[in-house]
Ligand binder design. Structure first.
Ligand code: UDP
Length: 369
């Protein structure tokens, strides 16, 4: 008999949901994390009374009622709806692509006029079957929007030409012929009151957590503690990169606390030109209705970079080459006895938070029933 039923590597959303489910099924869990805090990349901390999203903006949105009800057991949510703004060389556009965007771009007033404009640009570009992100974008919204709002931003974020990126990435954004700038098509959307860290702490309530513990450095000792392992770190790191490294994008943040009540008038402003070195500026107080110390605000500029050893991995690069390599690692993972791989890094997948929660609930149900 080992001391724990499950050793859970990573205190992010996948690990924490799995741990919560396992605990409530009567299992004994130990959760460890390499970092000095829980909550993985959804971690928030307080600065000037504002919950700062340390690893980039996270808006919880889902169409999955069960997932929404599950997370709502651990937090209340601000009724927040994301409406992003794009700054292209000091022209301001509404995102995602909607009638406000089309009106600002072309002066069109009706959905018919906007659709006709896009159809004409699609035809001029001669795209029948979109094969990559560039073709997909032009075929969805036309060349003008592609050039001003997509090309520069995407190439900064991914560090690759749009022609070499998979088209699914741009399909994350809705295209609407209505005056509706809600960034997500979601039945439920919100920001946890008190921050994501508190929500995750509530999930982990009563579960042993050890921080600052690097699993891969002490694998044998840690494995000896538990019957099974749930691993949510990078899958290629688990195997010592023996088939080669998967590619990830990393993000660097420059955080500034300012003595002013309102810096940019919105939670998210994207800089979609190629020259501005950062992709977007987040003003964290606008996720929580302008909360925080009066006269203060906290902003962060996001700089995207190729991941290299020692950096934090954020986004898997889900193109063909990496997809093929991941399949090889996945085959190795299937042979690992008593280890479950999960989450954005463990499954090398551009998951949203609700999809991670859903995946962890499935994994727990399968494992624990
Ligand atoms: N995107 C873009 N222009 C924008 C915002 C997004 O071209 O102003 C594209 C870009 O390729 C990005 C993708 O849409 O990678 C998905 O954007 P999303 O906001 O979902 O990215 P995340 O918030 O996950 O970084």
């Amino acid at each position: 008999m080992k001391q724990y039923d499950y050793l859970i590597v990573g205190a992010g959303l996948f690990g924490s949901v799995f741990a919560e489910r396992a605990k409530s099924a009567g299992k004994k869990c130990l959760v460890i994390d390499r970092r000095d805090h829980i909550a993985g990349n959804v971690y928030t901390y307080e600065q000037a009374g504002i919950n700062v999203h340390k690893y980039g903006p996270h808006i919880f949105h889902t169409n999955d009622t069960e997932v929404w009800e599950y997370v709502s057991r651990f937090t209340k949510f601000y009724n927040f709806k994301l409406g992003t703004i794009a700054n292209y060389k000091e022209e301001i556009y509404s995102l995602p692509f909607n009638m406000y965007t089309f009106n600002r771009m072309w002066g069109v007033l009706t959905p018919e006029e906007a659709e006709a404009k896009i159809a004409a640009q699609r035809e001029a570009a001669g795209i029948a079957e979109p094969k990559n992100l560039e073709e997909q974008a032009i075929s969805l919204v036309g060349t003008d929007i592609y050039e001003k709002l997509i090309k520069g931003y995407t190439e900064k974020q991914w560090g690759r030409p749009c022609k070499e990126l998979p088209s699914f990435i741009i399909k994350r954004l809705p295209v609407r012929f209505t005056y509706d700038n809600n960034y997500f098509n979601a039945l439920y959307q919100g920001i946890p009151v008190g921050g994501y860290t508190q929500m995750v702490a509530n999930m982990l309530d009563g579960i042993e957590v050890r921080l600052g513990v690097d699993y891969l450095e002490q694998k044998a000792e840690l494995d000896a503690l538990a019957e099974k392992v749930v691993y949510t770190g990078p899958i290629d790191a688990y195997f010592g990169y023996k088939l080669g490294a998967l590619e990830y994008r990393s993000v660097r943040f420059e955080v500034e606390e300012l003595d002013k009540p309102n810096y940019q008038g919105n939670a998210v402003v994207n800089y979609t030109d190629r020259e501005t070195p950062y992709t977007r500026i987040i003003e964290h107080k606008w996720f929580e209705q302008g909360s925080g110390e009066p006269g203060k605000t906290v902003i962060s500029r996001e700089y995207s970079a190729e991941w290299k050893p020692g950096d934090e991995p954020y986004y898997p690069v889900n193109d063909e080459k990496n997809g093929a390599l991941y399949q090889q690692y996945k085959a190795l993972a299937a042979k690992e006895k008593n280890v479950l791989f999960g989450g954005r890094l463990g499954e090398y997948k551009y998951y949203d938070m609700d999809q991670v929660v859903r995946a962890a609930l499935y994994a727990a149900e399968k494992e624990l029933s």
